[in-house]
Design a binder for this molecule. Sequence first.
Ligand code: SF4
Length: 483
Amino acid sequence: MNGLQAAVQAAEDAAVAVRTYVPGYPITDLAQALACQISVNEKVALEIALGASATGLRSLVVVKQVGMNILADPLVISATHGIGSGLVVLVGDDLGPRGSQAEMDSRFYGPLSELPLLDPRSPGLLHAALLEGYTLSEWLRIPVIVRVTSRLLAAGERYLPSRPLPVTGQRFEMDNWELTAKGRHQRHHDRIMAFAQEASESSPLNHVEIIGSIGIIASGFPASLAQGLGVSLLAPGYSYPLPDRLLRRFIDGHRLILVAEEPEPFLESMLSANPKIRGKLTGHLPRGELERSDIIRALEKLDGRPDKMPQTYQSAAERGYQGVCPECPFRAIFSALAKVDVPVAGDAGCSIRATRPPFSSADVVYGLGSSAGVASGFAGKGIALMGDFALAHSGLAGLINAVWQRRDLLAVVLKNDVAAMTGFQEAPDLSAVLEALLPTRFLDLPAYEEEVEAAIREELARRGPSVLVACGRCTKRVDGRQK
Ligand code: SF4
């Protein structure tokens, strides 16, 4: 059984009734195996889960690491607002990163949102962490975050017996409104996080092995890599709140400690006041993803100063980024954008494939749904280039703001009716919304490059915001599936 199957079994064992997700690496396959329903963005995905929880249904939200930034607002509020039935946010960190614009460590959302965050190291413990997450979430009436990575999802383990978690049907309690926001925050610190702290100290997810005077404290998948190295190991089940008493006893009982975690020195930064601590901050381990060989090398150098490793920065050429597909219907758009002399804000999605030669047709890309807002800030008229899923995700809000604030920009929407980069999930058709909002022109593709360029130039000559919807069928798509 791999991590993906373990998560599916946990969701069945907990009878999770409402499951939402937003596609993206590394969680698309996981979310689809969990039969999650797609949402336009992560904030809406969490809001649906909160509504389900408030009315007595267990819920699950599956997002990638940068998706945490989108759902952060209701997540932070839910910590002190309270919920009803169990709610777990299952977040996949893209280490590398392999399919994201940013490498990010979601564990920082534990202390930021003041919510428990569990970081299992194996498929079996992912199953256990999800069940513990639902139990804790219902006991404390707060969401719980569980973090996974691609290697954890792919890792194998023996068959896991099913462990049903009886449904409570617990609903949101209206007496929460008797306290102010300040009062709820005081209660959160005094009571709720104090209980979470005890849960972290006594969790069966904690793993301790004592061998000799050197110890490793490891979080998540690196704890699996750190097993069997002939030194002590403490793998806490919770990354937040940390089991402080357990950690203190472990550190006190050893001469030196290596902290193995990825991608950032999250635990190490909390422990670094102790001179016994070694890890990424001290240069004993590299930043980012870890290998077992990194841990072995660090143990060999633990007493001394680590060798300074030469820094090489991964280039796009070395990585071999995927370009625009040869038969892509939007190639004429990318070519035309390279010819018109205005700044272009791109978006996550297939338009990001056109940022490099031969097209080089977008200047900046600040994330999914960002292009309309970014182009609104350009010095002079510019173009916002986005796919139809990016438009639905959060791009539409940028366009509404552009209309409201009378910004001078042209939005070019690549309408292929799917989120092509994440597996051809259906994208909503917002044509009628666009037509109601601002001047909208449709262009069917494929078309001659001259015709496409002329259409873009005509729209650029218009004052104020407008949109050109380029309609094409993704040639990689066959009835919703990749060729
Ligand atoms: S996946 Fe489809 S939309 Fe994206 S570049 Fe390839 S053909 Fe074009």
